[in-house]
Design a protein around this ligand. Structure first.
Ligand code: HEM
Length: 129
C-alpha cells in the first residue's frame, strides 16, 4: 500500500507516539498560568491523557478502544460545558502545537495531525469572545 493510503497510525508505527503527544499536551495544560483556561481542565490528568490518547489513536486509524469505552466521540457535545472562545481555542492549539514538536512527530504526519487539530479546534468554538 502506498504511503498516502496508509493511516497516520500505521505510518507512525502504532500507539506510542499518540500517548507521547497526549502526555506532552497535558503537561503543558497542567503548567498553564491562566487560571480561567487551566480551570476548565481537571486537577489530575490520568483519565484526560487516556481519553485524549485513545481518541487520537482511533481518529488516526488505530484500534477503536476510545469508542469501545466512551461511546461515539460527539466532540462538540462533550465540549459544550467548557467556554471555548477564540482565545481558548488558540491557547489549546499552542499547547498542541508544542506537544507535537516535543513528541517529535515526523513529517508529513506532523502536518496532517496539525491540519486536523486546526480544523477541529475551530469547530469546537462554542462561545463568543
Ligand atoms: C482539535 C481540538 C480538540 C480535540 C480533538 C479534543 C478532544 C478531546 C477529547 C477526546 C476529550 C475527552 C472526551 C471524553 O471522552 O470525555 C476532550 C476533553 C476535554 N477537552 Fe478537548 N479537544 C479539542 C479541543 C479543545 C479545546 C479548544 C478546549 C478548550 C479550550 C478543550 C477542552 C477540553 C476539556 C476541558 C476537556 C475535559 C477534560 C478532559 O477529559 O480532557 N478541548 N477533548
Amino acid at each position: 500500500m502506498s504511503v498516502s493510503t496508509r493511516s497516520v497510525f500505521d505510518r507512525l508505527g502504532g500507539p506510542d507516539p499518540f500517548w507521547t503527544v497526549a502526555r506532552a499536551f497535558y503537561a503543558r495544560i497542567e503548567a498553564d498560568s491562566d487560571p480561567t483556561f487551566r480551570g476548565m481542565f481537571p486537577a489530575t490528568f490520568d483519565e484526560a491523557v487516556r481519553n485524549q490518547a485513545e481518541f487520537l489513536i482511533q481518529y488516526f486509524g488505530g484500534p477503536t478502544t476510545y469508542s469501545d469505552r466512551r461511546g461515539h466521540p460527539r466532540l462538540r457535545l462533550r465540549h459544550m460545558p467548557f467556554s471555548i472562545d477564540v482565545a481558548a481555542r488558540n491557547r489549546w492549539m499552542e499547547h498542541m502545537r508544542a506537544a507535537l514538536i516535543a513528541a517529535q512527530i515526523p513529517s508529513p504526519e506532523h502536518e496532517e495531525m496539525l491540519a486536523y487539530f486546526e480544523h477541529a479546534a475551530t469547530f469546537l468554538i462554542n462561545r463568543e469572545s
